[in-house]
Each structure stands twice: as C-alpha cells, then as structure tokens.
Ligand binder design. Structure first.
Ligand code: ATP
Ligand code: MG
Length: 554
C-alpha cells in the first residue's frame, strides 16, 4: 500500500516544530521505552510509530530502551521479542540497545547525591504504616518519623541496603519532597527498594532496585532525550520527573509530553490481562492470531504497512477514546485488496461432476493473479471433470437475488466456463453429496454466443488436482466491545473466535505459499500462510467486507 506521503500533524509535532525553530534543540531525540514483561501490542505500535516516526521525519534519533527495573516480572525472551517486533514494524533504533539497568551505577550515585543534599532518607515504616501516613486525595499526609534522620546516618543506612544487610521490605529509600502536596506522587515517593532477585541483565550484582519514576527521567536525561513522550496516566508523574532532574547534577532536562493511549474495541491491551490469557490457556500463546499483540497480528496476516497506516489514521491527541476494531481491519483490508494475489479455495465443498467433460482430461486454464494489476502475473488452474464448489453456492430452489448456482440454471465458474446444474444425489439426511452439471465449452473468457445472460460467478477447484490444507477461521477474541469493563474479562471471551476447517480444498498453486504471505481467497476473505505450522495452514486475516459494522448498526 502506498503510505500517504504527507507527514502527520499533531500537538506534539507542533511543540517540536517550535523547539527546533527557537533553537532550543538542534535535533530531536526520542525513545521507545518498553518494560520487557510481555509481548508488544497494538497500543505499543502507536507509541513506536510516534517516537520512531518523529525521528524519521525530523532526521532525529530514536532509542530503544528496555525499562528493566522489575527483575521478577521481566524475562530475556520478552527482550528478544520486542526487538523483533520493532524491526518487523520497519523501524531501526539508533546506536546500541539501551537498558535502564545499564545506568544502575549512575542511578545509585544520584540517589546518594539526593541523600547528601538532605533530599532523600531511608524509611522503616511498614507498607501499612506508609499507606496510613500517605494521606488521601482530600487529606494531607504525615511526615515519616524517619524523615529527619541525619544525612550521615542515611548514607550509612542506604549503604547497608545496598550490601544486603536488610531484609526485603524492611526499609526503602524515599525522596523528601512534600507530604502535603496535592500530587500524591510528590508525597515522599519511594525511589529505591530491596529485592533479592536475579536480574536478566545485571545478574546478582544488585539487591536494591530503583523505582520507575526515579529511573525513567534519569535514563532519558543520560541519553540526551529531547522529548519524552508517554501516555496520559503519567501526567502527575511529570512533577516527580521534573523534581528529580531539578535536584541532581545533570545538565539535560527532557520535556515530558503526554498523549492518550490507544484503546481498541473487542480486545484488551494490558500486558497483565494478555498474560492471563496466555497462562490460563485461553489462547495458544502471545502470538496467537487472535491476540492484539504485534506477533499475533503478524501471524494473523497483518502487514507492517497496515499497522503503520492504522497508527497514522488514529492520530495523536490528549483525548481518551475507544477505537473501533473496524478501523484496524479496514487498514489491512485496503492493503491486501491492493497487494494480495487472488486464489481460489473451497472451505465447505460439494463435489461437482461435469458430465460432458472428458474423463481423465486436464485443461490448464490461465488466471490473472490480480484483477487490476497485470504486473502480478498469472497462474495455471487445472480444470477437470470433477470439481468442488462451496456448499452454500448451490440451491435446489432460490429466488432471483441468489446469484449463484440453482438447479436447472447456469452460473460462471470464476476464470473458467459456464456450467448448468442438471441433477444431484443426496444422502439419507437430505445432504447433497454430488452435483451433476454440464458445461458450455464455448464460454471460456467470453459470454455465451447465443446472447443468453449468466449473472453469477462462483469459485471452484479441481477435485482431482486440488491440495488440502487446514484453514483457521478467526473472529474477534471477545464478544463485547469493552471486555476490560467486565468484572471478569475472561467471561466475555467469544467462544467462536476460532473455527478450524481441516480439509479445505485449495487450488494447487497455493502449495507454494510462503510463510506470512497473504492471499485473497476469492469471495471468501483474506488469508495468510501460518508462520509456525510446518504443514500447510492458512489463517483468516479479515473478511472481504466489514460484517461487524452491519451487526453493530442493527
Ligand atoms: P501495559 O499497560 O499494556 O502493560 P505499559 O504502559 O505498562 O503497558 P510499557 O512497556 O511500559 O507498557 O510501555 C512502553 C511504552 O508504550 C510506554 O511509553 C507506554 O506509554 C506506551 N504504551 C503502552 N500501552 C500503550 C497504549 N495502549 N497506547 C499507546 N501507548 C502505549
Ligand atoms: Mg509500564
């Protein structure tokens, strides 16, 4: 898909334009800072496209930084999957990959500096007591009894924390700011805590770990970030971001700017919830094609361009909102409509015998791979006496609106001949087992010569030359628009989100499909070859039309 060339405009780019014009910055430097505690999802794609997109358009820099201060929840496999997803989306980070954990020595030094300035203290209140002292949104907090411990003593206590001489949870290091602040985050926030945990990057070197708010701003500043873009829930934390940088000896002071996070209907976006789906076996894994993860969308058949286009279409604002799933689906549909080769597949077959076509004969028809793009070439379609058509494409009786095959009437087989349904066999339950037809040999690529009109076109495959494959029909993972609002979101899972068709009949050319290659199965939808299964498996990416729009409008 030709991505629209013009640059997006939004309030963040307006700020950047002004900063470059005024000479505040010569070059932009952004970063994408995931915590490696799960796979990236489509919400992260919004942030990736924003941060890397700015670097691209302004010829700036963008770092990939793992915000890895929670050793217990993080995993090196997530570190790997995140790099792969960012690259797959088409972005390249500048320089080496960054890790907040690379800065643990410096962060420790800045914590010591705060203590020396009388701006941090070791606090032994229990978590319950600390909560009580913190106050509420309407009541100020109370000062901790440890708040006025002399500097020398705090330095010694913090050193004991570092050496592992206190138990986990026994004490923490807190910034000394303002227990009466209307911003809860400024009520002497914790900046270091004790965790006897092995870290995927630093091993067992540390048993004290810095908190997110302390780490993030310093990491940004150490990397020379100019604009630190984050989601709206960090609005209050900006006060702490600025306080830390104002009170330590560091020259760089990035500007934090918040934007609204992406919420998408019929799915959940929090990594905690996605993890629950994986751990409890509701899906096959983080890359299950029903998951809103980048890896899941990829396996489903989404292209990087379609996801970038989606991020462009939703834009960047400060308004919280819920984006319709149809909007994401429209992006991949537009892409595949233009770029996916056409193929034929019969998912629910009935056998057709063309009685006036010679037994054993194979006619090699040629079909274009794309109706509007000759450059995509052609392929051969074997036409034989026995074929399959879609069960729902035949009716014994039907009114004029049914533009497919009806007993005693004609229909065109796509890329082939006009056939007429003559009679059929059925089993004891009344299911049609075989349909007997005749074909008009003079209708290949042209209308019947006697001027009779044949309106309908249906798809087909040769029964003797087709290949079989598993086709996975995917639907939305949840049956309600906002599963996160439910008491238990797993109760709103769509029981029909996956229907497996084991022996779908495919035209032979599809045996050559490459992993992740997308096709339009004519009249059925868009499908892509699964990137995991060694056998031939196709995953439904999206239908040809937005069937949900109808349901929702009804
Ligand atoms: P989650 O709540 O899904 O676990 P998170 O914010 O904890 O997400 P991080 O790994 O910390 O996940 O996020 C990395 C970056 O991606 C952050 O800058 C964050 O603001 C951004 N981000 C995460 N979720 C979204 C979203 N839904 N929309 C836009 N940006 C997001
Ligand atoms: Mg986070």
């Amino acid at each position: 898909m030709a991505e629209i060339e013009n640059r997006p405009t939004n309030f963040i780019r307006t700020i950047i334009d002004a900063d470059l014009a005024s000479g505040k910055h010569q070059q932009t430097h952004t970063r994408f800072p995931p915590e490696p505690n799960g796979f990236l999802h489509i919400g992260h794609a919004k942030s990736i496209c924003l941060n890397f997109g700015i670097a691209q358009d302004y010829k700036g820099l963008c770092n990939l930084r793992f915000d890895d201060t929670n050793p217990e929840k993080e995993d090196i496999n997530y570190v790997k999957s995140i790099q792969e997803d960012v690259s797959w989306l088409g972005f390249k980070w500048d320089g080496d990959i960054c890790y907040s954990s690379n800065y643990f020595d410096q962060l420790h030094g800045y914590a010591v500096e705060l203590i020396e300035k009388g701006l941090a203290y070791v606090c032994f209140l229990s978590p319950d007591q600390a909560r009580e002292y913190r106050g509420t949104l309407t009541e100020p907090g109370k000062n901790s009894p440890y708040r006025d411990t002399p500097v020398e003593e705090n330095l010694a206590l913090f050193e004991k924390m570092r050496k592992g001489e206190f138990k986990e949870g026994e004490c923490v290091l807190r910034a000394k700011i303002d227990m009466a602040s209307s911003f809860m985050v400024l009520r002497d926030p914790i900046i270091y805590r004790i965790r006897f945990a092995h870290h995927h990057q630093t091993g067992d070197k540390w048993c004290i770990y810095p908190m997110y708010d302390f780490t993030h701003c310093i990491s940004d500043a150490l990397e020379g970030i100019t604009h630190s873009l984050c989601t709206l829930e960090f609005q209050d934390n900006r006060r702490l971001y600025d306080w830390v940088l104002d009170n330590i000896s560091i020259d760089c002071h990035p500007q934090q700017i918040e934007f609204s996070r992406l919420n998408l209907e019929y799915t959940v976006m929090s990594k905690r919830k996605l993890n629950e789906l994986v751990v409890n076996g509701h899906v096959e894994g983080w890359d299950d094609p029903r998951m809103p993860t980048i890896a899941g969308l990829r396996r489903r058949g989404y292209t990087p361009a379609s996801i970038r286009e989606f991020c462009k279409r939703i834009g960047i604002t400060k308004q919280d909102n819920m984006v319709e799933m149809g909007m994401l689906e429209a992006c991949i549909r537009d892409d595949l409509n233009e770029n996916a080769p056409r193929a034929m597949a019969v998912l629910d077959p009935i056998k057709v015998v063309i009685e006036n076509f010679e037994e054993g004969k194979v006619e090699h028809l040629v079909a274009p791979n794309h109706p509007n793009d000759e450059s995509m070439g052609t392929r051969e379609l074997p036409f034989t006496r026995e074929l399959y058509i879609e069960r729902e494409d035949f009716r014994v009786e039907a009114n004029k609106k049914f533009k497919r095959l009806v007993l005693g009437k004609e229909v065109r087989l796509r890329n082939a001949y006009v056939i007429k349904a003559e009679r059929f066999d059925e089993d004891a339950e009344g299911n049609i087992t075989t349909l007997y037809c005749s074909y008009d040999a003079d209708t290949l690529g042209k209308n019947p010569s006697d001027g009779r009109k044949v309106k309908g076109v249906i798809h087909w495959v040769s029964a003797t030359h087709c290949i079989e494959a598993q086709v996975r029909q995917y639907d939305r993972l949840f049956s309600v628009p906002n599963p996160a609002a439910a008491e238990d979101f797993t109760q709103t899972l769509n029981p029909e989100s996956l229907v497996i068709i084991n022996q779908a009949k495919l035209e032979p050319s599809l045996a050559q499909a490459k992993a992740e290659q997308g096709f339009q199965f004519e009249r059925m939808g868009y499908y892509s070859r699964d990137n995991k299964a060694s056998e031939l498996v196709f995953n439904q990416t999206v239908g040809l039309r937005d069937s949900w729009a109808k349901i929702e409008n009804a």
